[in-house]
Design a binder for this molecule. Structure first.
Ligand SMILES: [Zn+2]
Length: 148
């Protein structure tokens, strides 16, 4: 008897959760399906900047630097390809929504104070970057001094 009534309670709770609650819940914006990939991308950019810095500081030999940079750029290409394939697997409207959101929402647009001296375009070789860099990913020179 006790078991039967607990089963009944469970069933009622489940039905309540499945059928009723869903309509009552406030709309929660779903996480971008590529949010984790965007984070990985940001981490890779961070690593590229670090290796530029270490190379400039003489902590990294030219070969190690080149190797690290190649590895990171390959990783970056993989992540980009993964993002493309995730977006390609979505409904076109949904994919447009996410790629628009990712560009509009400011993870890359909002520049932390620590990056105040960083720039998007290298003043030395004119290389462009998706986010502000303290050191150029192409020529490795400091990007500071040019307000963008
Ligand atoms: Zn440069």
């Amino acid at each position: 008897m006790i078991i039967a009534s607990s089963v009944a309670v469970v069933v009622i709770v489940l039905l309540y959760v499945l059928l009723i609650r869903q309509a009552d819940l406030p709309y929660i914006e779903p996480l971008s399906p590529v949010a984790h990939l965007d984070e990985r991308k940001a981490a890779i950019f961070e690593n590229i900047r670090d290796s530029n810095f270490e190379f400039l500081m003489g902590k990294l030999s030219a070969e190690d630097y080149q190797q690290t940079k190649n590895d990171l750029q390959k990783e970056l290409a993989d992540v980009n390809a993964e993002i493309e394939s995730v977006l390609a697997g979505l409904e076109p409207a949904e994919a447009a929504q996410w790629s628009g959101k990712r560009k509009a929402s400011g993870k890359q647009a909002s520049v932390p104070v620590a990056n105040a001296g960083a720039a998007l375009v290298c003043p030395h070789c004119s290389a462009r970057f998706a986010r502000p860099m303290r050191f150029c990913g192409e020529c490795g020179k400091p990007m500071e001094g040019e307000a963008q």
